[in-house]
Design a protein around this ligand. Structure first.
Ligand code: ADP
Ligand code: MG
Ligand code: MG
Length: 196
């Protein structure tokens, strides 16, 4: 199975993610309230507005330029902990997309970048808990929405080891991780865009 990302698919992906973030902005910030500072939805919305504006400015971009524009917008607009992490993910895809356009490869580079940047491992109650099963799954099976959603839901009972939620220690358990949920939307959008 040879799935290759194209500029068209990535644009569609970002359009759908923008819509999903618009819809879920309040909910994501609500999730970030008991275990964080209540801004994750607003952060992601600012970022995706930046991505939309950035992509609209490009003329006949190739895949590398497209990923780079997304990364730059996320890094400069999302802010907080999530901005540099999502930004790094897309920067890694930009760096490696000449070698391979397969999502399985590109998402693995992205995840490695996220882990290096944030120092989080699986089970730390972060977006790594969604990216990891996605990458593992893409190596074996077709990625389905259920896998992504289950991964996000799985963060609920975890104790946070990284990010603001970790300041709460054991009290962080019982709440979904907002970054895991926004990453769930990212991959739902990816599937809807026909990325796999
Ligand atoms: P901030 O916490 O700075 O306000 P956001 O609210 O936008 O930033 O993003 C919080 C999310 O970022 C968390 O829910 C978590 O998924 C993710 N996150 C925070 N720190 C890390 C880290 N070190 N590694 C991976 N993900 C992290
Ligand atoms: Mg926050
Ligand atoms: Mg913040």
């Amino acid at each position: 199975k040879m799935d290759m990302l194209t500029v068209e698919i990535v644009n569609k992906w970002m359009e759908l993610f923008y819509e999903k973030i618009s819809e879920k902005k309040a909910y994501l910030s609500e999730l970030d309230t008991p275990i964080g500072d209540g801004d994750h939805g607003n952060n992601m919305m600012r970022g995706m507005q930046g991505v939309k504006d950035g992509l609209e400015k490009l003329e006949n971009p190739d895949l590398k330029e497209t990923f780079k524009a997304i990364a730059m917008a996320l890094i400069s607009k999302v802010g907080g902990a999530a901005g540099p992490l999502y930004g790094t993910a897309f920067l890694e895809m930009a760096k490696n997309c000449e070698e391979s356009q397969a999502p399985a490869d590109l998402f693995r580079y992205a995840l490695d970048g996220i882990k290096k940047r944030g120092g989080a491992s699986v089970g730390d109650k972060t977006l790594v808990d969604v990216w990891t099963p996605v990458v593992d799954n893409l190596g074996k099976d077709e990625l389905v929405v259920e896998v992504v959603q289950k991964a996000a839901e799985g963060t609920k009972n975890l104790v946070a080891k990284k990010g603001r939620a970790s300041y709460l220690g054991e009290r962080s358990a019982g709440h979904l991780d907002p970054g895991a949920v926004s990453s769930c939307y990212l991959f739902e959008s990816f599937i809807e865009a026909g990325g796999i």
